[in-house]
Design a protein. Sequence first.
Length: 596
Amino acid sequence: MNISFATLLEKRSLAVGILLLSCSLFGSQKVLEGGVEHVLDTNVEFIHATHEYTVLKEIMGFSKGEEPSEAIQQAIVMYDEELQEMLEEKVLIPGRDRRKRVETPTHYPYSCFGHINMIFSGESYGGSGVLVGPQHALTAAHCVYDFKKRAWADSVSIYCALSDKAAPYGKVSGVRLYVPDAYIKSKDARYDVALVVLDQPVGYSVGWLGCIFTEDLTMFKEPVSVTGYPGDKGFKQMWTMSQRVARVDSERITYDIDTYGGQSGSPIWSKFQVNTQSNEEKLWPMVVGIHTHGGAQKEGNSGIHLTEEKFNFIMLRISQTRKFAVKLIRSPKVKARSAVKVLVVKNNDDDSIDYAQLNAQLWQCASQGKPERVAELIKLGADVNQYNELGRTPLLAVLEARPFTDGHREVVKILINCKADVNACILFGLTLRYYKESGINRITPLCFAVAGCHTDIVRLLLNHKANPKILVRGAEPSPIPVWGSLLHVAVHPSYFVQGSKELIEFLLEHGVDPHYNRNSDGRSTNYHLGLFDPSKDGTPLMCARYWFEKNMRHKECPPNLSPTERQAFYQRIKEYEEVITLLSLDEQTVSKCCLC
């Protein structure tokens, strides 16, 4: 769909400092008065912050979505819940199913769609939803509020990009629910929409969709899509279908799109090409409504239409919860002077902590090897698994530090004991462009520990379920420019030091394959043709032999070394020879890679 705003474009920022701001900001626009808030978790608090949206005078308005530069896939969480359908939903048109499964749910914009689990009186129900802000999801009101029983859901959770039992971004829990009071009071179907505020800003990882309202109903000549998690597919698979709408009015959109129980809360969405004053042209996925009802075959399925008042109500609520804040509770174990250093926001005369500042200090103190400070920051609420702008978690940051001191070792132990993800990957390195285009980076905490020959840290990580069979793919300018297994890293001359033999023996004991060949096309044996690239080809044994021949066998000891340094020089060569012998366990492999 194409929208040309030309000179009529009016851009406004919804920066809610006080609740009365909505009156002056919206002017003559309609705003859903009231609305009902239900708090699920009183420990999570928010402060007002800017959320931008754009309005074309008296005609339409929209908020742009956010496409992540590169989606963050956390450790896979297995989701195995027995679910029921909500009573509001009906079956798809009998004998016909034109839906298609989304095979790549982690790709934007599908990464923004999620399965919603709602619990009412101990019973689990399945629904659908979509992110429309960093920690904001839209769904149907009847998914979170049971009008018959006049009861809110006991808990609401979303699993973005769920695929069968694999939840690549884990579980994110709802802490605030907002529903128009017209639905709460009289179950007015025109207001069957809910905003769920989450306890984590997962949108910065997976992105979010924009929202749009328009009085120009001719725009609906183009197809729209309904995407969600239907119950007939087990609630755990994302399915979608696109079709032109059958009817649309100011409050409801009706369509000949197949749906099933479990898809309530699914977004009705399409892509819009927006031409703004900055001449930016891009197709933005935007939500135009929420699927709420399955109808009879002649009537078709339908959902609520985002009108101006619903749009403004959603934007207002997003702004009121746009930024996290937590009240500072000073513990006797935390020194007051340390706590004062992280007070960066004052909200209604109450001390508050800015999570971003806490996390920034945690990364810094972790990389500097300050265990006491790290422990204090974690107690104050710093996130041990939050990524910084360089794509590092605190655990990755501390293990990358050089020199690596006893203080760094203590920080590693603290982070792991506080549930730091031992299999977290660097998202991007020196330049975002490089990793976005190559997609080859897989550097984990275990990779850094092996590169630093920290056998004790390797042992600790493996004891906490770190994956020893990770395949490192870190060509230049990665901090570890090696491809292959952890053994390829260990035998690399840049990382081989005295004590590496013990580390290699330990890796072999934990199942790292000594015969993993990074290139099986025959080039690995063609040493004399000059085709062998030790950074990309061969087994660990092939690479060890190559490096030994090139860098060690005929290398003379520098004359300016002290006796101790000379001894270490020859000891390193001897240990490298012993490692080659250790890796020569398969005679067939030895004969293939033998240098003459």
